[in-house]
Design a protein around this ligand. Sequence first.
Ligand SMILES: N[C@@H](CCC(=O)N[C@@H](CS)C(=O)NCC(=O)O)C(=O)O
Length: 209
Amino acid sequence: MRPILYSFRRCPYAMRARLAIAVSGIEVELREILLRDKAPELLAASPKATVPVMIVDGDVIEESYDIMLWTLSKNDPETWLKRHDEALVAECDGSFKSALDRYKYGNRFEDSDAIEQRSIASGYLMKLEDILSTQTYLSGEKPGMTDMSVITFVRQFANVDRKWFDAEPWPNLINWLDDFLNSPAFADIMYKYPKWVAEAPVTLFPEPK
Ligand SMILES: N[C@@H](CCC(=O)N[C@@H](CS)C(=O)NCC(=O)O)C(=O)O
């Protein structure tokens, strides 16, 4: 049975799941979700109601990172799992993402200051810059799990105020992000799908070439 992926195009969590699926070559049935109008089938499968969610042979995988790990455990032709700094990814998913949300959605968090949070998040990005000043990727000379787990969140951070981001002293981080944004791999995961409804024809991801 082909896995089902509930996804949302612009969600950084869903994007990293799609990156792993695309590199693995495992074909899934993609169901594009609108966050403000979630499909009842998603809510029934996963009451926590976040995307991405993957259904494999009746099992529900509800965390993007676990979807990446499951997918790559099945097929990892670019050996991403060999290049995997778990601590750096955990810091991204934890304190960096928390500060990013408070920077990007400052008005939703009454007790925090957006600029202060931007500076907290920047501490993590300077750490990435230090690594990228000595090697091309966070994972070494080839991209790996570390790069692909964090890059969609760095993109989200950069997009809050790209002019400000580009003026910061992290040239290697900017190059690393821009190379990714200009890559075929990024274009392949950003294809626009219409909102999924149960009666729609099956949509396969990655797109058959
Ligand atoms: N820890 C989850 C987080 C997923 C998540 O928060 N996704 C957001 C979209 S980017 C979501 O679905 N939010 C629910 C909503 O906005 O209703 C994961 O890694 O998959």
